[in-house]
Design a protein around this ligand. Structure first.
Ligand SMILES: CC(C)(COP(=O)(O)OP(=O)(O)OC[C@H]1O[C@@H](n2cnc3c(N)ncnc32)[C@H](O)[C@@H]1OP(=O)(O)O)[C@@H](O)C(=O)NCCC(=O)NCCS
Length: 312
């Protein structure tokens, strides 16, 4: 009988995991959307960042030593979530996904997370069924948006704002930023993202001066998440209001264009000051909708702009 083992993912697993993931998502697009896509590989840089990020832990499922599934867990202070999660198509439906979720959730619980969950594609009834059966409760949506820089229109005319150059984050900014995250949601702490972005040269953290002392900030990732991709990613944006957020996004676009990027991704969870309409007005297009599913805790509204999501 072949033996299945769940164990922590290590750096040496990265290439096998990338290959397994590429196979899973190629199959997923074919089955769920009828789309034939090439094998798309997450970059080594992406997986090294995930594996070494503080408060993260990931697991692989091995059958007789061969990696057939994986889960990547993230903690942001007291918030814990996982993603991506995959099992090779020929091994799906045999309880391996559930075992990986169990290992991931045990880790998040061991970290003392008071809010835990994941986000999955809202169109995937199979996934929603898979998670509901394990006790996850569906909450609101996250939207995946893309701004294609080849489109000359940069959004509505009145959407053009003066762009003041931001500055790079400094050590002195970190405490006020932490205080801010904590007001969005008690215990929320993105320090590990700030640290990883710097250590792995994923992009930069920018501070935009607003009307007061408020440390409006963006983590803009400009590394290749998928091998060969030419897009930047707004990993995190926190702003005191929508007007400042719009200016920040316009600056991110200009900056990304200057680096030769072809487009910019942004993913955000509902329940903050920024709306889907705001982003569509800015020339973004909706490329996907996810649903957040919680095991522990509740989600919270904020009247700030908070662009972030639980999607790996
Ligand atoms: C999602 C995924 C990880 C699940 O892994 P898996 O090994 O196939 O799942 P398991 O065999 O452990 O669990 C299947 C469970 O889901 C249930 N399930 C599946 N489809 C279901 C549906 N439509 N409604 C209700 N339950 C469903 C099964 O009945 C089974 O539960 P049971 O054991 O109580 O009978 C795997 O299908 C996968 O890799 N999919 C492609 C990538 C992906 O979508 N990842 C998740 C992104 S958030």
């Amino acid at each position: 009988m072949p033996e299945l083992a769940i164990s922590p993912m290590v750096i040496e697993d990265i290439d096998d995991v990338r290959h397994m993931q590429a196979l899973v998502w190629q199959d997923h697009f074919l089955k769920e959307r009828g789309q034939e896509v090439p094998l798309l590989y997450r970059s080594r840089q992406n997986l090294e960042y995930y594996l070494t990020k503080e408060g993260n832990k990931s697991f692989v499922a091995r059958l007789d030593g061969t990696i057939i599934g994986a889960i990547i867990c993230h903690t942001w202070g007291s918030i814990g979530w996982f993603g991506p999660l995959e099992v090779l198509p020929q091994y799906q439906g045999q309880g391996i996904g559930k075992r990986l979720v169990k290992a991931g959730m045990e880790f998040l619980d061991s970290q003392g997370c008071s809010v835990t969950g994941l986000e999955t594609m809202v169109a995937s009834t199979r996934n929603i069924g898979f998670y509901t059966k394990q006790g996850f409760r569906p909450r609101r949506s996250s939207f995946v948006l893309f701004k294609d820089f080849s489109q000359s229109c940069q959004g509505k005319k009145e959407g053009r704002y003066e762009i003041e150059a931001p500055r790079k984050v400094e050590e002195a900014d970190l405490e006020p930023m932490k205080d801010l995250w904590n007001t969005i949601e008690p215990g929320l702490d993105y320090s590990s993202e700030v640290k990883s972005t710097r250590e792995h040269e994923l992009g930069d953290i920018w501070i935009f001066d607003g009307d007061g002392e408020y440390p409006n900030h963006v983590i803009l990732h400009t590394y290749e998440l998928i091998d060969g991709s030419m897009n930047s990613i707004v990993k995190l944006l926190v702003a005191e209001n929508r007007d400042i957020a719009r200016r920040m996004l316009e600056w991110c676009e200009e900056h990304s264009r200057g680096l030769g990027k072809k487009g910019m991704f942004l993913r955000f969870y509902e329940g903050n000051a920024l709306t889907l309409q705001d982003l569509l007005d800015m020339g973004f297009t909706l490329t996907g909708t996810l649903v957040r599913m919680l095991m522990k805790g509740e989600d919270q509204d904020t009247d700030m702009v908070h662009v972030s999501c639980w999607s790996g």
